[in-house]
Design a binder for this molecule. Structure first.
Ligand code: ADP
Ligand code: 5GP
Length: 213
């Protein structure tokens, strides 16, 4: 990847199902109007009002495994019994063009993205105000069966264990406040890194460690 001062960031947003990632990302994209939403491929069935090619690319299992085997995915994981993956072309060309990319992906995916593009990844974790809020919100969303809600609640514990590996945490209690806070955190990351890189840090990383940021 060629490094430019204006390269964008891969902004990974993770957290237990029902914590409000989708809602938060939709609002954050209005605050960063040049940003792109990474449309994942998944084997799960469309839910509610979801549209193929807008919310997800809904694929069969064979098609998904073919994408994976042809190395078309930046990362992939099995989540709640289904396959989900981030196509490389949903992220790399956009950050190279200087645009941020929002990724609503699980914690396994977040860690893999950091391994793949370390200097350009920023991992934000969304927490609900209380764990009971999760099941209330999942039920309130009205798109999942009781079994699916139970599985997602059970998996929330495993997802919470990865929290310390994330760069920043936002508690999604009041939505407006959470969006403001996430925006401020991202802007701080943008400015601090770019200031350091353009002040000689980029050359230092390249010559000292052979790493291009
Ligand atoms: P996730 O993408 O993490 O599974 P969603 O964004 O779908 O979660 O949110 C789950 C439900 O909670 C949705 O019905 C959403 O409208 C609602 N919700 C999200 N954020 C808040 C909030 N801050 N306060 C109250 N309800 C919220
Ligand atoms: P949902 O079925 O609620 O849309 O998503 C279930 C979980 O899969 C969420 O935690 C969501 O962030 C995650 N997810 C969605 N797309 C991807 C992806 O491309 N890769 C990974 N690793 N997780 C994803």
């Amino acid at each position: 990847m060629s490094a430019k001062a204006q390269d964008g960031l891969a902004l990974v947003v993770s957290g237990p199902s029902g914590s409000g990632k989708t809602t938060l990302v939709k609002h954050l994209m209005l605050r960063f109007p040049q940003s792109h939403f990474s449309i994942s491929s998944t084997t799960r069935a469309p839910r509610g009002e979801e549209v193929d090619g807008m919310d997800y690319r809904f694929t069969g299992r064979e098609e998904f495994l073919d994408l994976r085997d042809r190395d078309r995915l930046l990362e992939w994981a099995e989540v709640h019994g289904e396959f989900y993956g981030t196509p490389r072309d949903e992220v790399l060309p956009h950050i190279q063009d200087g645009h941020h990319v929002f990724l609503d992906i699980d914690v396994q995916g977040g860690v893999s993205v950091r391994e793949a593009i370390a200097g350009r990844a920023f991992l934000l974790y969304v927490l609900p105000p209380a764990m009971e809020t999760l099941s209330d919100r999942l039920r309130g969303r009205g798109t999942d069966s009781a079994e699916v809600v139970a599985l997602r609640m059970k998996n929330a514990l495993g997802e919470l264990a990865v929290l310390p590996r994330y760069d920043a945490v936002v508690v999604n209690d009041d939505l407006g406040r959470a969006v403001d806070e996430a925006q401020a955190i991202i802007e701080k990351r943008e400015h601090n890194l770019e200031r350091w890189l353009s002040g000689g840090g980029r050359e230092f990383m390249k010559t000292g460690f052979g790493v291009e940021i």
